[in-house]
Design a protein around this ligand. Structure first.
Ligand SMILES: [Zn+2]
Length: 65
């Protein structure tokens, strides 16, 4: 009953959303969720932040190492 169709629609939409191309290197950009930690000077506690970062050839070495 249109279940497979909507699934296919979702897939194609997700693919489109995930396919961005870098203006600098022309490679496709992969978006990943990065969790960074930083120490709060005042309390000495660690704070965690979630960031969505686009990775391509330009910065993959910096981010992935
Ligand atoms: Zn790039």
């Amino acid at each position: 009953m249109g279940k497979s169709k909507s699934f296919a629609d979702k897939m194609s939409k997700a693919n489109q959303d995930n396919t961005r191309h870098c203006a600098q290197c022309g490679e496709s950009v992969t978006t990943v969720k990065m969790i960074t930690s930083e120490k709060v000077e005042d309390t000495g506690a660690w704070k965690f932040r979630q960031n969505f970062v686009g990775i391509c050839k330009c910065n993959e070495k910096d981010i992935i190492g």
